[in-house]
Ligand binder design. Structure first.
Ligand code: FMN
Length: 422
């Protein structure tokens, strides 16, 4: 929904991070951050953050789907770098760009969760903490009080006791949006993560220790921030539980995709705006909206589930058509530039979020990484809009766009499914 209920702007004008120019010389696009990243962090850490499902074909398809979208510029208007501030779920943000939820980013760079949260707060763009992240809900909310969103997986155990307690905690710290992830119905394999020794548990072996020893900046960050933990979940595990024990604890209590009945239950438990993440079909989007969900997060999990999933950008137009007037549409999976953000906005998304590229940024630049990437994407977005002659985001939506991958969804409606047994 492009124009949500008016609320007085609380968004402070932000400027670029003081080190922006310095970093820009070395990292003119996000691809340069990715090139540098494996030289700064142990190989297993890079592989964890960068891998896709199977042989990474899903990631390649996400990227090529964006690359295939072409926009015809119009001229004759006063050239400008347009404003990009935006209202999402009734709140003002400085740009339609956000940090997607990621589990275990502190493995890629110790302390990464809070670095991303603080950068998002400085820039006034949304930051989403994953329930499998390395900071607690309370720490993340303190670091990003104006822009903090929370993502939940399905903690079904004991009649959703942990899941609903997380909702209560999110409410206590005034999280701005709650997102339920639907697109991990089963666990799948990421080959680079598996080969790096991380698929089953986190137990450093000799090879991993060698990889750590030759990455002094990463080791320093480890000393500063401590061993990666699943901090939010740790609060429910037995006191003093070690990382692998927390993983085992969580796996015994969570998993599967939320049923629509469960979505409705969380909807009723949470007072603020709610999104469902991982939607790729317009009928699922419409179903969620019919349950009172205000946000549809179009995503294929960044190609990390299976390679055959539709690129989210190709599913976007049909979802916008189905629910764009009734819901806020967030998109992720494949964003590598402000140009990609413009493509998503031009096709009707209200905001575009990024996952992996924030990990490349923090691995390449440490503390400055997330700040730099947000500024870079905003800069690129404004230049891209200016280049096609759009003076506003709304004008970009009127542009002439060639989108060869756009899906029309002419499949027959599915027979209703049997209710799931718990
Ligand atoms: C290391 C990593 C961990 C992730 N963990 C989660 C998670 O805990 N919850 C979730 O909803 N999505 C998770 N995602 C998916 C992201 O939220 C997002 O959908 C995806 O990264 C976007 O695609 P991109 O990486 O191409 O930008 C994860 C992604 C990465 C890279």
């Amino acid at each position: 929904m492009h124009d949500m209920t008016a609320k007085k702007s609380t968004v402070a004008p932000v400027g670029q991070h003081p080190n922006f120019q310095k970093h820009h010389k070395h990292f003119p696009t996000s691809a340069w951050l990715r090139r540098r990243a494996p030289h700064n962090v142990p190989l297993f850490a890079f592989e964890y953050g960068d891998t896709g499902a199977g042989n990474d074909i899903g990631i390649a398809h996400n990227w090529s789907a964006f690359d295939a979208i072409k926009i015809t510029p119009r001229y004759g208007v006063m050239p400008t770098l347009p404003p990009v501030d935006v209202k999402l779920f009734g709140r003002n943000y400085s740009a339609p760009i956000g940090v997607a939820p990621m589990g275990g980013p502190s493995l890629v760079w110790p302390g990464a969760d809070l670095l991303m949260a603080k950068a998002a707060q400085r820039a006034r763009v949304p930051y989403t903490l994953s329930v499998a992240g390395g900071a607690t809900i309370e720490q993340a909310a303190e670091a990003a009080p104006d822009v903090f969103w929370l993502q939940l997986y399905r903690f079904w155990h004991d009649d959703h006791k942990i899941g609903l307690d997380l909702v209560r905690r999110a409410e206590a710290v005034e999280a701005k949006v709650l997102a339920l992830t639907l697109d991990v119905p089963v666990r799948t394999t990421r080959s680079r993560e598996t080969y790096a020794g991380l698929a089953h548990e986190f137990r450093p072996n000799l090879r991993m220790i060698r990889e750590m020893m030759v990455r002094p900046r990463w080791m320093l960050a480890l000393l500063r921030h401590g061993y990666p933990r699943f901090a939010t979940i740790a609060d429910y595990a037995p006191a003093g539980a070690w990382t692998n024990e927390i993983i085992a604890f969580a796996r015994a209590r969570m998993g599967g995709a939320f049923s629509w009945e469960e979505v409705k239950r969380y909807r009723d438990a949470w007072k603020g705006p709610m999104a469902v993440k991982g939607v790729l079909h317009p009928e699922d989007a419409a179903k969620a909206v019919s349950l009172g969900i205000e946000g549809i997060w179009v995503s294929n999990h960044g190609g990390r589930q299976i390679e055959a999933l539709m690129p989210s950008i190709d599913a976007l137009p049909a979802i916008v058509e189905a629910v764009g007037k009734k819901a806020t549409i967030v998109l992720d999976s494949g964003i590598r530039s402000g140009q990609d953000v413009m493509r998503a906005l031009a096709l009707g998304a209200d905001a575009a979020f990024a996952g992996k590229s924030f990990l490349w940024a923090v691995a390449a630049l440490g503390d400055d990484g997330p700040d730099y990437l947000i500024d870079l994407y905003i800069d690129e977005l404004r230049a891209s809009l200016g280049q096609i002659g759009a003076r506003t985001i709304a004008e970009a939506r009127e542009a002439s766009i060639r989108h060869p991958g756009a899906v029309e969804f002419q499949d027959k409606p599915r027979a209703s499914r049997a209710p799931r047994k718990q």
